[in-house]
Design a protein around this ligand. Structure first.
Ligand code: C5P
Length: 408
């Protein structure tokens, strides 16, 4: 199932000030349009030295505005017309000089004028700095960045890495997809602001010998979607991930582990430092009692090797049994193949947790969509089929509500 475009009907002014990173703005524009946004591009004179308005017009489907004296505006008030309808102004790239202008409240050029003329309560300003690392590190730039933040602007990045000038350091503009995701996150309600959440995700891998092991089909996608949704909602997020090859969602701290015992050892010290714990990981119930140091070989007898299994620690149950002052509010997942509700209800009791989220494992492993049923002491609520990210955002909403309403 494809979900609704993330920025559907959002009205964005995409501003470009002068810098080599203007080449990334064309890609960014495509991503924003693809995500459903209606984008009006505004460029400074300097930006037109790096990329032409023709490209940006073709990609946005709207004429680009460069000058405040543009006679196409019937009332000649581009700075008013363009900002009254906008949900946000995203300046990418934002040069050192542009940030300095904004810090001072200058209005020499249309783009700076727009930022000054925008209604502060309705139209956010997001700046994606792009400059040489020395320019970024300069006290004047740092002072200006701090000032624009105090004045309500949001600063996205910059990233560290190779720079166009050949140097390496802080000052690279974020990539188009990262900026799109930052904008998507910006519009999500901050339901978990000030809260912290610890999430386990993915399968575990229990070694039999140095080359083989026991694992399962969990892809980690639901847990990673939840980590992203929680970060978008303003939470501080720690994600303890089993062996999966998924990119880490932005602003999420990730701890990689392999086995159930490693996951247990990573989670336990973190648990008391978080408000909420969500166990989405499909932790192996058993592991081989002792992993062979060398690869097991066929011995010619025709009999397979016998190895004993021992039970793994139950991470969720252990966290749920911590003393109240150390215990986060716990949510479990139940991936079942049948009798979902009965099993989910049993788990709620057995683990002693306030909320369990059920899903049918074989129907969702590896897929981008899912279907959930939330089970608590009072009853159950179904969340119908949707993308894992959509479900994760809904789950964040429910968790935030229940966490705030929890018994003290
Ligand atoms: O029935 P089961 O014990 O597998 O319950 C699943 C829930 O418990 C999930 O939330 C899973 O992450 C968690 N779990 C755990 N440690 C285990 C087994 C399951 O945290 N060893």
């Amino acid at each position: 199932m494809s979900s609704q475009p993330e920025l559907l009907n959002r009205r964005i002014v995409l501003g470009l000030s002068g810098g080599v990173a203007c080449y990334k703005a064309a890609d960014l524009l495509r991503e924003l349009v693809r995500a459903g946004a209606r984008v009006q591009v505004v460029m400074t004179e300097a930006a037109t030295q790096f990329i032409t308005p023709v490209t940006m017009q073709a990609l946005s489907g709207e004429p680009v505005v460069v000058s405040q004296w543009d006679a196409r505006e019937p009332n000649n008030m581009a700075h008013i017309n363009l900002t009254r309808a906008a949900d946000a102004i995203l300046v990418a790239p934002a040069s050192a000089d542009f940030i300095a202008q904004i810090a001072q409240g200058r209005a020499d050029e249309l783009l700076a004028l727009l930022c000054l003329a925008r209604p502060l309560s309705r139209c956010a300003l997001l700046l994606a700095p792009a400059m040489n690392r020395e320019m970024w590190a300069h006290p004047a730039t740092q002072r200006n960045v701090a000032q624009v933040q105090r004045d309500g602007a949001f600063v996205l990045g910059p990233a560290a890495g190779d720079q166009a000038c050949g140097e390496i350091g802080d000052g690279r503009m974020l990539e188009a997809i990262e900026l799109r995701d930052e904008l998507v996150a910006f519009f999500q309600p901050k339901l978990l602001a000030g809260r912290s959440i610890l999430i386990t995700a993915g399968p575990t891998f229990e070694a039999i010998d140095p080359v083989r092991g026991i694992t399962n089909h969990s892809s980690g996608k639901m847990g990673f979607a939840l980590a992203r949704a929680a970060a978008e909602a303003g939470a501080r997020v720690t994600l303890v991930a089993g062996p999966v090859h998924l990119p880490t969602p932005r602003h999420v701290r990730r701890i990689d582990v392999t086995s159930a015992r490693q996951m247990h050892d990573a989670v336990l010290p973190q648990a008391p430092r978080h408000d909420i714990f969500v166990a989405t990981a499909a932790v192996a119930d058993w592991r081989p009692a002792s992993a062979g140091e060398e690869k097991l070989k066929k011995d010619g007898s025709g009999r397979p090797p016998a190895f004993e299994l021992v039970e793994n620690p139950d991470i969720l149950a252990t966290v749920a049994r911590l003393p109240p002052e150390q215990r986060p509010w716990c949510v479990g997942f139940a991936a079942e193949s049948h009798d979902l509700l009965r099993h989910a209800r049993e788990k709620l009791q057995r683990k002693g947790i306030p909320l369990i989220v059920g899903n049918l494992g074989p129907a969702t492993f590896g897929r981008d969509d899912n279907q959930l049923v939330l089970v608590d002491a009072h009853g159950e609520v179904e969340l119908p089929v949707a993308s894992k990210l959509t479900l994760a955002r809904e789950l964040v909403r429910v968790m935030a509500e229940r966490y705030e309403a929890r018994a003290a």
